[in-house]
Design a protein around this ligand. Structure first.
Ligand code: PLP
Length: 448
């Protein structure tokens, strides 16, 4: 069959609320043209993030009922630990309330001022947690990834030659670990090849530096490897994921992505000394090591979700349906980051709206128009989020897992193509108020 269907049926539904254009105009005005400040009830289709927004399965909800809420030694922890150990092989498995809590604990233990932590591309919370220790976060993406239009199979790869140069310049003792973000979220949701993970591991081992995965989207990355990397077509996604983890010395993980959970995270390693220090910090803010800031029921949801996420039918649908959105808008002339990523499609707003200069935030202007026109929420990843250091002006359409059907996505395609027809009419924005330094959450704008 040619038609790829959602590999689930719907048992419980959540109504969507339609608003009129007039209502949306008022909502936008009240929110200062900042979509983070619009109540979720007034959003028709929410593509703000794929994080924590997954629909859970009947098996996950059923497992939650047996959540063991014991303070110490919860059965739910041991069930989750068994699944994670089988998948990753790591000796120490520490639950946290979400990915950034794992990052904070890890970097507080291993980083000192003057240290440098290289990655293919750090996610913003990872960078912030490294830099809060006085260390420096360095991105070493594959140089060809800078061109949003280049179509590489593994555009999320790290530049291994640049890594070697960095180690020569800084010296291995100043590099507490090397990170690989799979898939590379800030780089367009692009995958990292097994060959690249192996090459980075070889360099890391030669210098005695541990390799960590930021494994948020490990399953999507594994499926890209199965689809694109020679030699892996016959491997199950789980085998590929196991191979990826076997090359690493530890990982941070947000269970809000590839574990279908609405909350949760993990910090894993094979280093007894580091794990002991991490556990001490965990107890300060997250909780006892058998719950780490989560309810027992959340641990159950993660345990089941980690097995469901690796089902080939699900992963095939996931990657192909994200590509469906990307191809339908790109083939009609909307410039996207090519090729389509795993969890999101990124529109290159600077290319789509060349008449809006960077300092007038083309990505934000497009996000506002998409909401005004069709009630769709997306997020700017450009100068609003990163200031002058933003490498591109992008609009990200992140797809929550198992939440929207093809007709929802067709509606998104139609809305984007209608806006593209009259893109010359869109106007830039200026910031009128910026109450906190995290301006993408709090700034208010007006049209210029
Ligand atoms: C690549 C990557 N790393 C880390 C995180 C942080 O995870 P969390 O939101 O659970 O704190 C995210 C979240 O979006 C992410 O995409």
């Amino acid at each position: 069959m040619q038609t790829i269907i959602e590999p689930f049926r719907i048992k419980s539904v959540e109504p969507l609320r339609f608003t009129t254009r007039e209502q949306r105009e008022k909502l936008l005005e009240a929110a200062g043209l900042n979509l983070f400040l619009i109540p979720a009830a007034d959003i028709l289709i929410d593509l703000l993030t794929d994080s924590g927004t997954s629909a859970m399965s009947t098996a996950q909800w059923a497992a939650m009922m047996r959540g063991d809420e014991s303070y110490a030694g919860s059965e739910s922890f041991y069930r989750m630990e068994k699944v994670v150990r089988d998948l990753t092989g790591f000796r120490h498995i520490i639950p946290t309330h979400q990915g950034r809590a794992a990052e904070r604990i890890l970097f507080q233990v291993v980083c000192r001022p003057g240290h440098v932590v290289p990655s293919n591309t750090h996610f913003d919370t990872t960078r912030a947690n490294i830099e809060s220790t006085g260390a420096r976060a360095v991105d070493l993406p594959n140089p060809e990834a800078a061109d949003t239009q280049s179509r590489l199979d593994f555009k999320g790869n790290m530049d291994v030659a640049a890594l070697e140069r960095l180690i020569d310049e800084e010296g291995a003792p100043r590099i507490p670990l090397i990170m690989l973000t799979v898939t590379n979220n800030s780089g367009g949701g692009q995958p990292v090849s097994m060959a690249n993970i192996e090459a980075v591991k070889r360099v890391a081992s030669r210098h005695g530096i541990p390799l960590y995965l930021d494994a948020c989207r490990f399953a999507e990355n594994a499926y890209f490897i199965a689809m694109r990397e020679p030699g892996y077509a016959d491997w199950a996604p789980k085998q590929i994921a196991q191979e990826m983890f076997s090359l690493a010395d530890g990982c941070t993980f947000s269970a809000k992505k590839d574990a279908f959970a609405n909350i949760g995270g993990l910090l894993c390693s094979n280093d007894d000394r580091v794990a002991l220090q991490e556990t001490n910090l965990l107890i300060l803010t997250e909780g006892f090591p058998t719950y780490g800031g989560l309810a027992g029921r959340d641990l159950e949801a993660i345990a089941v979700g980690l097995e469901e996420i690796l089902e080939p039918d699900y992963l095939h649908y996931r990657i192909v349906s994200t590509e469906y959105l990307g191809r339908h808008i790109a083939d009609a002339g909307v410039p996207i980051v090519e090729p389509p990523g795993g969890h999101a499609i990124y529109i290159d707003a600077a290319r789509m709206l060349p008449h809006i200069p960077r300092h007038q935030f083309p990505g934000q202007a497009l996000a506002v128009e998409l909401y005004r026109h069709a009630g769709i929420r997306s997020v700017e990843i450009g100068s609003v989020m990163f200031g002058e250091s933003a490498p591109h002006e992008l609009l990200r359409l992140a797809i929550p897992r198992r939440v929207y059907t093809q007709s929802h996505i067709d509606y998104v395609v139609e809305a984007i193509l209608e806006i593209n027809q009259r893109r010359a009419e869109l106007r830039g924005l200026e910031i009128v108020e910026q109450p906190t330094f995290l301006r993408h959450f709090s700034a208010r704008f007006r049209q210029v």
